[in-house]
Design a binder for this molecule. Sequence first.
Ligand code: FBP
Length: 516
Amino acid sequence: MGKESTKSSLEEKRLGFKVEVFPSLKNVQDAYLKEEGNVLKLMAHETQHSPPLRVGVMFSGGPAPGGLNVLWGMYKGLKEIHSESVLVGFLDGAGGFLADNQLVIGEEEIATIKNQGGFTLLGTGRTKIETEEQMQEAAAVVKKNRLQGLVFIGGDDTNTNAYHLAKYFEKEKVRCSVVGIPKTIDGDLKGEGIEASFGFDTATKTYSSMIGNLNKDALSAKKYWFFVKLMGRSASHVTLECALQTRPNLAFISEEVQKKKTTLKEIVEEVAKAVVERAKEDKNYGTVLIPEGLIEACSDMKAMIDACNVNRSVGKGIEALTGNEKELFESLPLSIQKQLQKDLDPHGNMQLSHVSTDQLIAEMVEERVKDNEAVKFKVVPVFYGYDGRCALPSNFDATYCYNLGMIAAILVRDRKTGFMAAIKNLHLPVSEWDGMAIPIDGMMSTERRHGKEKLVIAKALVDLKGAPFKEFSKKRGKWIKSDAYLAPGPIQFDDEASAFEKTLTLVLERKKRSFF
Ligand code: FBP
């Protein structure tokens, strides 16, 4: 019996998608990085000669669609620089790197990963390189493998650590460029020349497609309220983009909730009010979008979660809660209490992706409207998170990532360290994209974390004065009662008119004009 294929027919087809490169990358040997103020700008027409390079790469944190194309772009770039260059992939994130668990990536591997979803091939992990000891270990792995470059594909924390490692290597005279690639479906690594993190485009299109389907179900069966929790722990970019794409009856943005010091009870009140108002018009259905981080953004819940985290950091359990925090914890459904007591993540925080905020708000609203005879409240709670972060990458993410990988190869060749690969003009056609390298230095700021001042890349939260949020707040009032739902449908790969559509977040942020 022949070996069964491990790819679906669409995955097979996507292997053949021809990724476009932007003009200054057409010939890698002729491309060079020119200093322009703090940043490096990719230019063409100055042939560079280089010996073969050995470069290490690893994924870090949650998967994001397009990551495999970074490997493909790096491989292509390195081979164009010199046919004997070697790309060393480290397995399962920084943990695998420090243990020197590796896979040399060759033609055979590349042939299977083009335009595919997930962080397969290498895997990922959440280990951080933070301590002096870990940095020494990192230097040892670099020396052992004779690496001229080390590329970290990760979010704000990973790139923060890449910055510190670059500084350490400079101090210790380890001649290895450290380069970052901006990744996260949450979309909260941007600014200072980084227009978008990769993965956001595909993840939000995937979720919006499913939310659009729920909108249609709401309007057809006319009997369900869909409460949709969406990934995005600190920032609500995902929820905001999905709201703009699908026009639910209600959507909450954690940053706004935090700013207004809204309590969980007030959120429940707002949803209950919408449920009652719609019931008066015989509309016992609807959709509500809830970001993962909402539970932590509510002022009362935040105080309680912070108290839990502090207690747990000193080995005490939930029983150590006192006063309002204790009262609030005990008022929550038992299922939620259990979820709040699960293991902390490696950063010492509660794993909010495992807390059913959708369910919690649904139960509280149910309690609130149960005596209103006009209301028939049947709720379906759903969580869209893991289902989007390994989807087949959109044409945008596939192309963006491949080009980022090539820029990373050039950065190593040109011995630049402490930079993040970036592309300007992402809202325009690929032919108008510009390659850049942004010094991570310029993105660092001091934050108090776990009681200590630390130099970190601050998360880019939703800007309440920014164009995407303004657009949302202008429209959302109308969405509560009217059925203004949109159903954007699945990601398009081939249809010329829509296969390269950008997120509304990117378009609104870059064009700064009303899009509707
Ligand atoms: P990254 O910041 O690492 O890209 O991951 C973000 C995220 O998608 C969050 O939205 C979510 O809280 C987290 O991953 C959950 O991931 P895991 O369950 O793998 O720890």
